[in-house]
Design a protein around this ligand. Sequence first.
Ligand code: SF4
Ligand code: SF4
Length: 255
Amino acid sequence: MAGVSRLQYTTEMRLIRVMCSGRVDLEFVLRAFSNGMDGVFIGGCRLNECNYITHGNYHALNMVLLCRKIMEHIGLNPERLRIEFMSSAEGILFAEVMSEFGNKVNKLGPLGKAEGIDQNELKSKLAEITKLVPYIKLVKNEKLASRLENPEEYDKLFTKDEIGKLFSEVISYYIDPEKCQACMICAKRCPVEAIISAKNQVHVIDQEKCIKCGTCFEACPPRFGAVTKISGEPVPPPIPEEKRTIVRKSKEKVS
Ligand code: SF4
Ligand code: SF4
């Protein structure tokens, strides 16, 4: 509507259209900041007026509340991320909000520099958090799907302590080479092919690929119990390739 009505608003923005504000993933926002955007604005339909049964605008709101707390956690000003709800007929409101946000971001200054964070450090912090997005979404799934009716509750949805804990107690999964029986069940179930698997070879989790979903932990037969959960501690290094072959006792006898 703002374009059709030829309304003037900041030219420093780049518009990306999505079918629903709920489509804007936490990863997209982090990627925008990693790519040097100084601010991210999400415009969604008015709450409770979603065109779909999914109420995607609540998902977007919760994601923004979470992301703002994450930004605070890494030292970024959370005001660089904003969400507003309006109808497509509210062109004047859109133009006003965009100009206001543009001015705000200009006043805040360049991302990271204004907050006194070294650019390389910022890049690595954002990359580290982006890698954890599937895990964060899994752990915070319930809250991300909630529908808060009262705006006063918004600020309380995610707390500073909760976010600190989220990053200090990140869960990792590790396959104990002493217990793994190379049954291959975990590798078949892993949704991202993060388990290095071969017949009669101790299985190894590629920590770079692992999204920490815990499927392997659930899938490993209890009689083997080879997958362990590690929280807040470094994961032991993977067993060297030449030591991964499992020699079955029955075969030892034969040879
Ligand atoms: S935790 Fe999930 S992603 Fe990671 S190795 Fe296990 S099944 Fe694969
Ligand atoms: S399910 Fe357990 S025993 Fe089987 S390959 Fe995976 S870690 Fe090893």
